[in-house]
Design a protein around this ligand. Sequence first.
Ligand code: ATP
Length: 272
Amino acid sequence: PTAMREIFLEPPRVRWSDIGGQEEVKQRLREAVEWPLTHPEAFSRLGGAPRKGLLLYGPPGCSKTLTAKALATEAGLNFMAVKGAELFNMYLGESERAVREVFRKARAASPSIIFFDEIDALSASRDDSGGGGGGGGGKANVLTTLLNEMDGIEVLKGVTILAATNRPELIDPALLRPGRLDTILYVGPPDLPAREQILQIKTGKMSISTDVDLSHLAEATEGFSGAEVVSICDEAIHYAMRESFSIEVVCARHFEAALEKAVPQITAAMCE
Ligand code: ATP
């Protein structure tokens, strides 16, 4: 595999309005990342120092990735995504090179965001036997490279690091020190109004019958992640099509059938 395959600069297209709920997370990110860029005078007058790195944590499928992309779009930042685990499917030395390369690209593309998904995969404390890692001692080396790169970013140079994890307890503490990922935000499962918003956003792109009651569906999806709420809608489309290829709209009965089959995966242990 080539090291650069996993690193890509993509024009982010997600808007804040594409994300249901999570108002506090959206606001905190705006303040920490957008304000220093859009209001630098006020910020420095008040003695603010921009955040270099932020960590988003919370159960799977609850909009961490979506949030990172929306922040990039709304703040006008270039967006680079790297998955922690993918850094280890590389040959000896390539992972370190890939990390340096992503920072180089991000500096060249600044103002920019580097999004490290599954950052827990880079923890030295994690079992190193899971293959990859350049054959041995890989994780510690990659982590060291990452820490060096983070420390090397001068504040105000316009590169912000956003990292995400479902397993905050596995994060190497070195990553969380001041000047690194020192702002930590919990991205939890959607509450009732958020689930209704997610359903509105998703069904807004579907053809649905007037008998579909979104507030009822929001109630019925208690404990679901955002991704699971969205997948109820996708499943409902399948139920409708199974009935007939000439069906015009997805109806309440299709959503009900999808709900009946759904097995939500989030457990209390994954949440705050
Ligand atoms: P993972 O930890 O599994 O990577 P994540 O927290 O990064 O998950 P996302 O990838 O952002 O989650 O979300 C997965 C999908 O779920 C999104 O592409 C979107 O379709 C849907 N989704 C999740 N949360 C929301 C939300 N709050 N509003 C709208 N869509 C959502």
